[in-house]
Design a protein around this ligand. Structure first.
Ligand SMILES: [Zn+2]
Length: 181
């Protein structure tokens, strides 16, 4: 697992703060980790974004199964939260939740916030502002060109194609990097 540390990638791990759907921190610290394959794909995306004067802002990356369990307990909605018994793509280290920011660090308008569990968070919605539709299309283009697959119900979520070929990663040392005291 590699930590995301790049000048044009901003780390804003919401589950390390109370600013998330559970209302309390789930991670002890904001360490954004990815499988090396996903890490390489994210750097490709960051370079594409940079060429357009944009940056990536990461809301979540690797998510231990124990954290997935807590999310599920807070909001057991299978459209938006993967059942822990099946395993999230985040717990395999091959998923990211993210948005785009402009040169001043301001997030682009995307129509809904991260983790907004409403139909307007789905891709291809026309009942959000045109600017937001365009910004989502820019993010979709950057991420797809960089080798990521989109999630139809969450504009902010991308994972590597065929993610189940990657194992769940829950070794003690890796989990402790986020959740340890
Ligand atoms: Zn996600």
């Amino acid at each position: 697992m590699l930590e995301i540390n790049h000048p044009s990638i901003d780390i804003d791990l919401r589950y390390a703060t109370p600013d998330n759907i559970t209302g309390r921190p789930i991670y002890a610290r904001a360490v954004a980790l990815l499988h090396p394959d996903a890490h390489a794909a994210l750097l490709r995306a960051a370079n594409l974004a940079e060429g357009q004067g944009l940056c990536l802002r990461i809301y979540d990356a690797y998510r231990p199964s124990a954290a997935q369990q807590r999310l599920w307990e807070a909001l057991a909605n299978p459209v938006f939260v993967a059942d822990p018994s099946r395993g999230s793509t985040h717990s395999r280290g091959v998923a990211v939740d993210l948005t785009l920011t402009d040169a001043t660090g301001e997030p682009l308008e995307m129509g809904t916030g991260f983790d907004a569990m409403v139909p307007q968070s789905y891709h291809a919605r026309t009942d959000i502002p045109v600017e937001a539709q365009r910004n989502r299309a820019v993010l979709l283009g950057i991420m797809t060109a960089a080798g990521w697959a989109h999630e139809p119900h969450e504009w902010w979520h991308y994972n590597l194609p065929d993610p189940l070929r990657y194992p769940l990663l829950d070794d003690v040392a890796t989990v402790a990097r986020l959740m340890g005291d």
